[in-house]
Write a protein of this length. Structure first.
Length: 165
C-alpha cells in the first residue's frame, strides 16, 4: 500500500547535529522524500500537532520541547512517501520511550529521557494513515508537496503575504 507519513526531526536532533545521521538511517527505507522544510514551531502549531495528548501530565513540557525551548528553536519537517511508509519509518524510529526503544533504532541510538522526565526522542513519525493525513495537512500546504497525495481545491483569496523587497 502506497502511503505518506510526516517525519519531524525534533529540536534535540537538530541541536545535536544528527540531521545527516537520521536522514541516512531513513534512506534505508528506500522511501521518497516528497516535501521538506525547516520550521520555527509556534505554540499553536505544537498544540494542534499534539492535541491528542492535551490531558497528559507531560503536555506542557512536550509543547515547550517541540517549540525548541530546551534547544534550538527549529524543527525539520518532511513527508516520506512509498510502500508501507508509516510502518517502515516507525520501525526504524523505535519505541516512543527512548530507553525502551531498540538500541539500533533512531530513538534508541540518539534519544534520552531528561532528569525532568522529557522524552527527547529526536524524531516524530505518524502513527497511522488518519494521523498522517491530519499531520501532513497541518504542517504543509499542497504546493509544498511534489506529489498529489490528498484532494485539493483552488480558492481565490486576498491575503497579505511577505515577498522579497
Ligand atoms: P509517538 O511519538 O511514538 O507517536 P505519542 O504517544 O504520539 O508517541 O507521543 C508523542 C510524543 O510525546 C512522544 O514522541 C514523546 O516526545 C512525548 N511523550 C509520550 N509519552 C510520554 C511520556 O510518558 N513522558 C514524556 N513524554 C512523552
Ligand atoms: Mg504519535
Amino acid at each position: 500500500m502506497i502511503q505518506q507519513t510526516l517525519v519531524l526531526i525534533k529540536p534535540d536532533g537538530l541541536q545535536k547535529s544528527l540531521t545527516g545521521n537520521i536522514l541516512t538511517r531513513l534512506s534505508e527505507t528506500r522511501l521518497d522524500i516528497v516535501a521538506a522544510k525547516v520550521v520555527r514551531v509556534s505554540r499553536e502549531l505544537a498544540e494542534k500537532h499534539y492535541c491528542h495528548l492535551k490531558d497528559k501530565p507531560f503536555f506542557e513540557d512536550l509543547i515547550r520541547y517541540i517549540c525548541g525551548e530546551f534547544h534550538k528553536r527549529k524543527v525539520m519537517a518532511m513527508v516520506y512517501y512509498g510502500e508501507n511508509a508509516i510502518e517502515k519509518v516507525r520501525k526504524l524510529a523505535g519505541a516512543t520511550n527512548p530507553e525502551e526503544a531498540e538500541a539500533v533504532s533512531i530513538r534508541g541510538a540518539y534519544g534520552r529521557i531528561t532528569t525532568t522526565g522529557v522524552y527527547e526522542n529526536v524524531i516524530h513519525c505518524s502513527n497511522n494513515e488518519k494521523e498522517a493525513e491530519r499531520e501532513i495537512k497541518l504542517w504543509f500546504n499542497p504546493e509544498e508537496i511534489i506529489v498529489d497525495i490528498y484532494p485539493t481545491k483552488v480558492v481565490k483569496r486576498e491575503i497579505e503575504q511577505r515577498v522579497w523587497a
